[in-house]
Design a protein around this ligand. Structure first.
Ligand code: PLP
Length: 427
């Protein structure tokens, strides 16, 4: 192959792109710490953590060693009828760090698959109790849960483009999105649409699914912990399982280890992914309670009907265990608080800029919302010129760097956002 970029342009599909007229891509040859190295020799400071996943930075020696050591011993073995230390040790750590009571673990391949698994668990939970009519879901608008079919069915209907798949996607219930932000005063009115829907439809609902506190790809919005507490109360009142999709929020990103911790609630089912392996390999986990596990297993068909080929992959499990140990040891909370302070200082000047409608920060997530969508190719090029890797979407320019980023590099990221948006060429 003579020209990699030319081959890529003609043959490889990238996320959410046209194969005929794709947006430009840049070639990356390596990455280390918070720096992504390009084929042309330039280096970019990473403001994305590769879509929330690479929390410890790239090429971390502890994680690389975990992969190497495990690869020499056992890369993969089927999980049907077999177990191994990497899976058991990871399960042990997950039970220890997730909210109390979530002590049954299902390991699977990716975030979207975890959402499928969680939704199947909720359906089977009521099927096993001979309540087959309870098989629908309630969620909130502006959510994102992945790109497989059932995950898509609970993504925001507009940004998730449900019309394309109408007749194929199941039609579920969508409450108004929470409007009271994390930092504002709580008002009961905010949950009225959700309350009405659950009270009117609970006989056919098996689950409520939502992203706790931070709605990620559906709008990068931070909502009030009271909303989540009230959702928990209503799910209890109406006998509906609560599924917390912590795939984006899990492992410290929002300032608490899990989004649910902001509201001090325990969901019935929790989905984990992305940063689970420090972002180096695809792996996800679905945690549930012994009560849900027992109910599914006691009634028909007495088993949980899911079992992917790469379930419990030892390489990914070993890596995830190493990443969780690293998280515990290096003091993620201080790191995230420091990043939060730097993001506030660095991004707030954007509030004065033309075309900016909001600037918000929570934990290691900084968001600048614009009044109009960005011109993607142009703005991407400008950020690369500034020496940073920042990939906006829609009206959102946001930062979520690896936790190991230092103050100076965070400042390079925030300065780049201010510089690029000041030039007003994003519209
Ligand atoms: C909250 C949430 N759930 C699910 C997913 C899907 O995960 P994956 O892309 O690993 O399938 C994502 C991905 O961005 C996400 O943010």
């Amino acid at each position: 192959m003579d020209n990699l970029l030319e081959f890529d342009r003609t043959h490889l599909w990238h996320p959410y792109t046209s194969i005929e007229d794709p947006l430009p891509v840049i070639e990356v040859v390596a990455a280390d710490g918070v720096r992504i190295k390009l084929a042309d020799g330039r280096e970019l400071i990473d403001g994305m953590s590769s879509w929330w996943a690479v929390i410890h930075g790239y090429n971390h020696p502890v994680l690389i060693n975990a992969i190497k050591n495990q690869a020499e011993n056992l890369c993969h073995v089927m999980f049907g009828g077999i177990t191994h230390k990497p899976a058991a040790e990871l399960g042990y750590q997950l039970v220890e760090i997730t909210p109390a009571g979530l002590d049954r673990v299902f390991l699977c391949d990716s975030g979207s698959v975890a959402v499928e698994v969680a939704m199947k668990m909720a359906i089977q939970h009521y099927y096993a109790q001979k309540q087959q009519k309870k098989n629908r879901f309630l969620t909130i608008k502006s959510g994102y849960h992945g790109d497989t079919f059932h995950a898509m069915s609970v993504c925001d209907p507009q940004t998730g483009m449900h019309h394309i798949y109408s007749g194929v996607l199941p039609e579920y219930l969508f409450a108004d999105r929470p409007e009271i932000s994390f930092y504002d005063r709580w008002d009961e009115q905010d949950i009225s649409s959700f309350r009405t829907l659950i009270s009117q439809n609970h006989q056919e609902l098996c689950g409520v699914i939502l992203e706790p506190i931070v709605q990620g790809a559906g709008g990068m919005r931070f909502y009030h912990p009271e909303y989540l507490q009230e959702v928990r109360r209503l799910c209890d009142q109406y006998d509906v399982l609560l599924i917390a999709d912590e795939i984006a929020t899990g492992f410290g990103r929002s300032g608490e280890l899990f989004g649910c911790n902001h509201a001090d609630i325990v969901p019935d089912i929790m989905c984990l992914g992305k940063a689970l392996t420090g972002g180096y390999m695809s792996l996800a986990a679905v945690m549930t309670t012994s009560s849900v596990g027992r109910t599914i297993s006691m009634g028909e068909p007495h088993v949980f009907m899911h079992g992917p080929t790469f379930m419990g992959n030892p390489l990914a499990c070993k890596l995830a265990s190493a990443s969780l140990s690293l998280l515990k040891e290096f003091g993620w909370k201080d790191a995230v608080q420091r990043i939060e302070k730097n993001l506030i200082e660095g991004l707030m000047p954007c509030k004065q800029l033309k075309g900016v409608s909001d600037v918000r920060v929570l934990g290691a997530i900084g968001v600048v919302e614009l009044t109009e969508p960005v011109a993607m190719a142009e703005i991407q090029h400008r950020f690369v010129e500034e020496g940073v890797w920042i990939r906006p979407f829609g009206k959102l320019v946001y930062l979520m760097p690896p936790y190991c980023i230092d103050d100076a590099d965070t400042q390079v990221l925030t300065n780049a956002v201010v510089n690029v948006l000041s030039q007003n060429n994003h519209r």
